[in-house]
Design a protein around this ligand. Structure first.
Ligand code: NAP
Ligand code: MG
Length: 404
């Protein structure tokens, strides 16, 4: 078979530890034999971030903006212990945080479903994608531990000097106080990313807040979503036969549990943090989850939702074969290749991404899987636990059959 040609490079962001090992094995076994891979390579491994003063992360994010599509390996976010372990000159920031700040994105996470591993919620037949706003609210709040009696006020001073002042509470004793904010510009780009993702994946979009209680704050989210939907997306949704649906968060939670799945659930920052953990756990595991950052001007960054799997890496360094699940990292590659194929009109690349995903799911459904999935397995054949590399080779055998 002739290798599939690419026209535009993918931005390749390499990473750390066990996922860095899987990264190379995935490329060697499942991508490079089939695709004449064109990438612009950025090494976001902690060693190279240190060598470049973290400039490599900024350069990689800018390359993502230039070319549109990136694939990222999991990376270490340094803490005090890592500063020692890697002899770092500084406690570098989270690469994901740096990339998000440059791309201004929304994170979409969806479970990868296989027969034989069923969701805890038995009505769920299709994946539920969580779209999490990743800016502001409680994550950027100002907090104060009120020591004793006193008056708390909300004060805004406009650039033109006009002021707004209202009493929050007259404290008769100690308590707590918090000031949150968000910006119309960020909420609007969140809304556009969600609507665009619904169009791209042809799924309904649900959005929920607590607007009945929060009549200014949450209501602004609701209003901006509705305005943008009416002005920019209603026609596109109607043409595709998909729906935009707003409801109160309490109602959304009840409906999600009773649903069949197969839609996107857009959540404010805190709701998305909590609900994505609930949804991913109920579907199976973080290693069976796709994750993509979508920016409002149409840039995509595909990654795995889990970390660098440090515990397995230390075993690997001792020469042990590990059974680390490569599926989320592999699907980051197929997601990126498919998107590149769609943008550049290369059908062969789109088909290849689909065939590789299918071969991966077939492998697990046949009972061959990594250790983490064995305990979840309830298929007919007993599960056969294999190492990561054996698993990739099992996928390759099925892929070759499918492509022949
Ligand atoms: P983690 O790497 O996700 O691993 C936590 C545990 O989850 C593992 O020890 C393993 O459990 C299980 N696990 C996760 N992914 C797995 C996979 N693919 N296959 C099999 N088991 C898997 O989280 P962490 O240990 O908290 O973090 C390690 C490093 O990753 C940290 O330095 C952190 O900064 C970084 N991190 C990066 C990202 C990112 O780049 N997106 C996200 C989160 C964390 P068992 O050990 O029980 O087998
Ligand atoms: Mg969380």
């Amino acid at each position: 078979m002739e290798k599939i040609k690419m026209t535009t490079p993918l931005v390749e962001m390499d990473g750390d530890e066990m996922t860095r090992i899987l990264w190379k094995e995935i490329k060697d076994e499942l991508i490079c034999p089939y695709v004449d891979l064109k990438t612009e390579y950025y090494d976001l491994g902690l060693v190279h971030r240190e060598e470049t003063g973290d400039q490599v992360t900024v350069d990689a994010a800018n390359a993502n903006k230039k070319y549109g599509v990136a694939v990222k390996c999991a990376t270490i976010t340094p803490n005090a212990q890592r500063v020692e372990e890697y002899h770092l000159s500084r406690m570098w920031k989270s690469p994901n945080g740096t990339i998000r700040a440059i791309l201004d994105g929304t994170v979409f996470r969806a479970p990868i479903m296989v027969r034989g591993i069923s969701p805890v919620v038995r009505t769920w037949k299709q994946p539920i994608t969580i779209a999490r706003h990743a800016f502001g609210d409680v994550y950027r709040a100002t907090e104060y531990r009120v020591p004793g009696p006193g008056k708390a006020e909300l004060l805004f001073t406009g650039a033109d000097g006009t002021t707004f002042r209202e009493t929050v509470n007259d404290f008769d004793g100690p308590g707590v106080l918090q000031g949150q904010f968000n910006k119309d510009s960020s909420i609007s780009s969140f809304a556009r990313a969600c609507f665009q993702y619904a169009v791209d994946t042809r799924q309904d979009l649900w959005f929920s807040t607590k607007d009945t209680i929060s009549k200014q704050y949450d209501h602004t989210f609701k209003d901006l979503f509705q305005e943008i939907y009416d002005a920019e997306y209603r026609e596109k949704f109607e043409a595709l036969g998909i729906e935009y649906f707003y409801t109160l968060i309490d109602d959304a939670v009840a409906r999600v549990i009773r649903s069949k799945g197969g839609f996107i659930w857009a959540c404010k920052n805190y709701d998305g943090d909590v609900m994505s953990d609930m949804v991913s756990t109920a579907f199976g595991s973080l290693a069976m989850m796709t994750s993509v950052l979508v920016s409002p001007d149409g840039n995509y960054e595909y990654e795995a939702a889990h970390g660098t799997v440090t515990r397995h890496y230390y075993k690997y360094l001792k020469g042990e074969e590990t059974s680390t699940n490569p599926v989320a990292t592999l699907f980051a590659w197929t997601g990126a290749l498919r998107k590149r194929g769609e943008l550049d009109g290369i059908d062969g690349l789109v088909r290849f991404a689909g065939a590789l995903e299918r071969a991966t799911i077939d492998t697990i459904e046949s009972g061959v899987m990594t250790g983490d999935l064995c305990s979840l397995w309830e298929g007919e054949n007993p599960a056969r636990k294999v190492t990561s590399l054996q698993f990739l080779r099992e996928i390759r055998a099925r892929l070759d059959k499918a492509l022949a």
